[in-house]
Design a binder for this molecule. Structure first.
Ligand code: OSB
Ligand code: MG
Length: 379
């Protein structure tokens, strides 16, 4: 297919409630929505960089610059055969995984629409762990709960999410707000599937915190130590029964191979944005399966455009744990797609079956949240 036009939109979507992690508070989610047009077909993708370089070094401004000046021109060079060609086309650009992943996502939707295949179908065909795999109609999903003002408020939030149906709870922790939160939740919900995410807020000197959590029957401890670190996590994992799950440290399937073989973690959180796109995410999925390491789908508070791709990839066989894939209304008053993503009483979310992302982009809603737009054309 021949790309003719690529549009970048900086969107700002107010969150229903502030989302607080060890690296800061977000009240408005700022992302870049990408649109690609060519051969009479439109494809949509979402770049999950943020306003500031807190979770990773990328920001919307770096992604905008790298897309406009380097990645988009590489895409306009000629015909593209498949979305899986993208990583090779963009390989000259080092890093900037979120920028790359946003454009690759738009290509997957564009090809899906052209071939009348859903992303779930395309991803099932591309994964190599279970030949002939057919994605389920629904997947079990979880919710990621930000830091709250008091443990009592956290307990009430979690009670609400459990009533909504979510089958797994993840809470954010940071030094000073950690073991006590886990214990407060365990006292109320002894059986709930519970995990914690530190977003790199600790060092090995804080090992006693994790020893104390080790008896709380957690599914996993996500990214306790430095972002990018593998070595310190090896030392920590050796001391714990609970599985460490890496998020920030894993930028590629190769990183995952190192982390798993060296014993830095036993579980991996896959965010397509963090690893540079769906093609790399599929590679990571297969690699982890070969290492008998479960994966699950992380989230970046995506709009429905990004969420659609996450839900589709989370329907693959080695996504053995519920992802941070919550209903549109857990984040936003109004999504920019229809139908919105919903969770049923059993904590299940539908995997879209329509072509590409399988949800319709609501142009009026998109226009309402757009702060700036840039259209680029093939020369
Ligand atoms: O570490 O998983 C994370 C949100 C922004 C940045 C980093 C993370 C998160 C989440 C939210 O935990 C997951 C979601 O989209 O619900
Ligand atoms: Mg995380």
């Amino acid at each position: 297919m021949l790309p003719e036009r690529i549009e970048l939109r900086l969107v700002q979507m107010p969150l229903i409630a502030p989302f607080e992690t060890s690296f800061g508070v977000e009240t408005v989610e700022e992302h870049i929505i990408l649109r690609i047009d060519g051969d009479g077909i439109t494809g949509w993708g979402e770049c999950v960089a943020s306003e500031g370089p807190w979770y990773s070094y990328e920001t919307n401004q770096t992604a905008w610059h790298v897309l406009r000046d380097f990645i988009v021109p590489l895409i306009f060079k000629g015909e593209i055969e498949s979305p899986q060609e993208f990583p090779k086309l963009a390989a000259r650009v080092r890093g900037h995984n979120m920028a790359k992943a946003g454009l690759e996502a738009a290509l997957w939707d564009w090809f899906g629409k052209a071939q009348n295949k859903s992303l779930a179908q395309m991803f099932s065909a591309a994964q190599q762990t279970v030949p002939g795999y057919v994605s389920p109609e629904t997947i079990a999903v979880g919710v990621s709960v930000g830091l709250q003002a008091t443990p009592a408020k956290l307990v009430e939030q979690v009670r609400g999410y459990l009533a909504d149906g979510y089958t797994r709870i993840k809470i954010k922790i940071k030094p000073g707000q950690d073991v006590a939160l886990v214990r407060a939740l365990r006292a109320e919900f002894p059986e709930v599937r519970l995990q914690v995410d530190a977003n790199s807020a600790y060092s090995l000197a804080g090992i006693d915190i994790f020893r104390a959590m080790d008896d709380e029957n957690l599914l996993l401890i996500e990214q306790p130590l430095s972002n990018d670190d593998i070595f310190q996590h090896i030392k920590l994992q050796r001391e714990l029964k609970t599985a460490i799950c890496l998020d920030e440290s894993i930028h590629s399937a190769d990183d995952a191979e190192a982390a798993l073989e060296l014993g830095a973690c036993r579980i991996i959180n896959i965010k397509p944005g963090r690893v540079g796109g769906f093609t790399e995410a599929l590679k990571l999925h297969d690699l982890a399966a070969r290492h008998n390491a479960p994966v699950w789908c992380g989230g970046m508070l995506e709009s429905g455009i990004g969420r659609a791709g996450n839900v589709a990839i989370a329907s693959l066989p080695n996504f053995k744990l519920p992802g941070d894939l919550s209903a549109s209304r857990r984040y936003y008053h109004e999504d920019i797609v229809a139908p919105e993503f919903e969770v049923d009483q059993d904590g299940q979310m539908r995997v879209p079956t329509g072509a590409g992302i399988g949800v319709e982009v609501l142009q009026r809603n998109l226009d309402r949240v757009t702060a700036s737009t840039l259209a680029l054309y093939r020369k």
